[in-house]
Structure formats: C-alpha cells, structure tokens
Design a protein around this ligand. Structure first.
Ligand code: PA5
Length: 422
C-alpha cells in the first residue's frame, strides 16, 4: 500500500516557526472538506475527464488488442515518439518495466540531431513499431521525429509501412489524426478532455506498460484504490488532501516556494520529472504564490544539492518517495576494514540508511520534508502513486485558486516557434 508521512513538516517536529503549526493545519480542514466534495461533484458533471480513465474498459481492451497484435508480429523494438505528458509518463513506465526479457523501448523526445542520429543507428526498422503519441497532433518535436521515422519505416517496409505505426492521439481532431486517416494508420485514443500531463491512464501510459509486459489491470486497480481512499473529505484520512495541504501551507504560510520531489529509487527518478511537469504546468500561472517543483533523485543528489538544502536559503521543502521491497543484492563480506560497517549489508539497507541520514539531518536543521512510501514498485503501486499525485494537483488548484488544466505559457512559446519556422 501507499502511505504518506508528514510528521517532519509539522511545527511539533521542526518548531512552529519552521513547520506547520497544529492550528494552521486544523484551519484547513473545512476548506479541504469542501474542495474534496466539489471535486467529486464536478466529476459527476463530467469534469476532470482524466479521473475516469482507469474505469474506461473499452480503451483498456483496445490497448490489450493492440498489444496482442504487436506480439503476434514479433516486434522487437518499439520506437515511442512523444514529449511532455506524452513522453514523461512513458519514460517512467520504461524505467520501471523494461528489462532483458522485454521488447526494446526507444523513447524519442529529443530533436538534438546527435541524439537522433544515435537513436536511428540502433533501430532495425524491419522489426520495429513506431508509436507516435501527441494529444494535439500538432507539436513540433514529436511530429518532426515522426515524419523522419515514418520515412525510415517506408524504406524498410515499403507499402506495408503504415501497418507498423500506431498513433496515440485525440480521436476527434488534430493534424496527426488526419494524417493517420489518410494513410490508414491505426489509432488509440487520448479522450478529448484529457490533457497531456494528465494522460497516464490513457494509452499514453497503458500502451507502453502492456508492451513492456506489465499488467494494465493491476495498474488501473491501483489508481482506483487510491481514488476510493481519496474521496474521503476528512483531511486526516485522505493522503492526497494531506499532501496538498502540506504543500499549500509550507509555500503560502512558511515561505518554502520550492517543492523538491526526490525518490530514493533510481527506477522512479522519472516520476519526479513527471510530477515536476504536472505541478509546473498546472499551477505555475500566477506571479503570486505557486509551487516551484524541482526533480531530484536519491542518493545522487545528496552529493550535489544537499549542501544548499541544509545550509542555503530556507526555500525548499522535500517530498521523498521510497519503496520497501527491493532485490537483495549485498555488499561482499570481504571489504577493506574501514568499511566494516557495510560488509554483508544489502544495497537496500544502504539506500535506506542514506535516506534516513538525509531526512534526520533535514529535521535537525528544522527543514520540512514528507515521505510517500510504497510497499513495492509494481503496477499497482505505480498506479496509486500517479493517481494520488494528480488528485493532489487538482486540490492544489482549488487551494491556490488556479485552473490546473490549461497551459497558455507553453502554447505561446509553441506559436512563436511556428512563426519563426514559417
Ligand atoms: O500537458 C500538456 O498538455 C503538455 O505538456 C503536452 O503534454 C506537451 O506539450 C505535448 O503535447 P502533445 O501531446 O499535444 O504533443
């Protein structure tokens, strides 16, 4: 199961001037109750379309059918093209599920020519499937990469090229959709009301998971479990609401604008980048208060950023993410004698000690932090994590009074780039 520990954000632990005093937390109970109830009513009216994705049996079946076809065709390499929400979520899935027994998954989200050259050199197009994911179907990076890859596929597969392409896009509009219709390319839908960064439970997340041998039923089950738990309007029993409350109070009442998201798990490094996008694009729309997310990873960033977090300006609070059950690889018993304390210890014990050391050091320095712990990094727990972090952002939208769904700043940049190229 997923648990949230917020003890080290509270005034009782790190003094009331540095942490959240009881009365501030208590004062938020009534508004959180109302916001949770509002969010549930809005869902009933058809808003928050993403929140119903885990319940969409038809799309889940479409993903399963497409995956069976990929297996039957003995595809060995999936070339996944997508950026932002259409790339960061699949990257998390890749890092958790790709292994020696799975398909090879090449994620193309960079238009750096050197990177493109390198990736192209790795692909045997006769054994590859192109999946191009773009909600709008109009984003420069994935579309330019797609046209290049489609040309390569045509060279390899001739008139059958279109069979080895699947597009994940809006089922009702967009350039990619028109192109696919013209060429007879199959499509999987990102439902119309679901934006890129909220699309992890559409084929954007489900398809890579199924392609890499993951169980999508367990993934959506995890989401539904957290959904049920987080429908509770009681702040003390709703982890998404608690996380939102902590984020909001630390930023607006205690002046910690920076939210460091730091998994102590290399396979989860990308969920920090996914959450960074989710928070920044959803809430970064006001010159007044709003959270500034920063993705980090343990233990690496202890050796890079921790110095500043411990003694630099008091700007950041930390959200750690941990997994409990991990492979049992141990340090050998034969180590140099000054390292006797680690001889025979598992690497999981070492990483836990590093997490514990950092978190206690931050507590000692009166710097707030919270921890999300999952029992193990599997489909169900990953589903729980993604869903919880999205509910948190919706509740934060209500607390900060910001519409989490549009991204006018991003669109402005896209428009100018297009004009330059034209
Ligand atoms: O969350 C969003 O809407 C954006 O970050 C998009 O994911 C990103 O711009 C890519 O857009 P698209 O999927 O339409 O290509």
């Amino acid at each position: 199961m997923l648990t949230l520990d917020i003890t080290a954000t509270l005034g009782q632990t790190i003094t009331p001037s540095r942490g959240i005093p009881d009365q501030e937390f208590a004062a938020l109970r009534t508004s959180v109750r109302r916001y949770v109830e509002d969010w549930l009513q809005e869902r009933e009216r058809g808003e928050h379309a993403w929140s119903m994705d885990p319940y969409d049996k038809q799309v889940i079946q479409q993903v399963k059918n497409a995956t069976s076809w990929v297996k039957a065709e003995k595809i060995r390499t999936v070339v996944w093209i997508g950026i932002g929400g259409s790339g960061l979520g699949p990257k998390v899935i890749q890092e958790v599920f790709e292994g020696p027994e799975t398909l090879e998954f090449i994620l193309m989200d960079s238009i750096d020519p050197a990177m493109i050259e390198l990736q192209l050199s790795l692909i045997d197009w006769k054994e590859a499937l192109i999946v191009v994911a773009s909600k709008s179907g109009g984003t420069l990076e994935p579309m330019s990469l797609f046209f290049l890859c489609f040309e390569k596929m045509q060279e390899a597969r001739k008139e059958r090229a279109a069979e080895f392409v699947i597009a994940v896009t809006d089922p009702h509009g967009g350039t990619l959709r028109s192109f696919c219709k013209e060429w007879g390319i199959r499509m999987l839908p990102i439902p119309p009301g679901v934006g890129g960064r909220f699309s992890i439970f559409t084929p954007v997340g489900l398809f890579p998971l199924a392609l890499l041998g993951g169980d999508i039923d367990r993934f959506v089950r995890g989401a539904k479990e957290i959904d049920t738990i987080c429908q509770n309007p009681n702040l003390d029993e709703n982890p998404a609401a608690q996380l939102a409350a902590v984020q909001f109070l630390l930023d607006t009442k205690r002046d910690y604008p920076v939210r460091v998201i730091m998994p102590y798990s290399t396979r989860l490094a990308s969920i920090a980048r996914w959450d960074q996008q989710l928070v920044a694009e959803s809430l970064g729309k006001s010159e007044a208060k709003n959270p500034i997310p920063l993705a980090a990873v343990g233990t690496e960033d202890q050796h890079s950023l921790l110095q500043q977090w411990m003694e630099g300006p008091r700007l950041a609070w930390h959200l750690f993410i941990r997994e409990e059950e991990r492979p049992k690889i141990a340090v050998p018993l034969a180590v140099e004698k000054s390292f006797a304390s680690i001889a025979g210890k598992t690497f999981a014990e070492l990483i836990d000690a590093c997490y514990e050391g950092t978190s206690r050091a931050l507590t000692g320095a009166k710097r707030p932090h919270a921890t999300l712990t999952i029992t193990r990094l599997d489909e169900e727990h990953l589903g729980q994590l993604f869903y919880l972090l999205m509910i948190e952002v919706i509740l934060l939208g209500k607390l900060y009074r910001i519409d989490p769904y549009d991204q006018p700043g991003v669109e402005a940049g896209k428009k100018i780039t297009k004009q330059i190229l034209e």
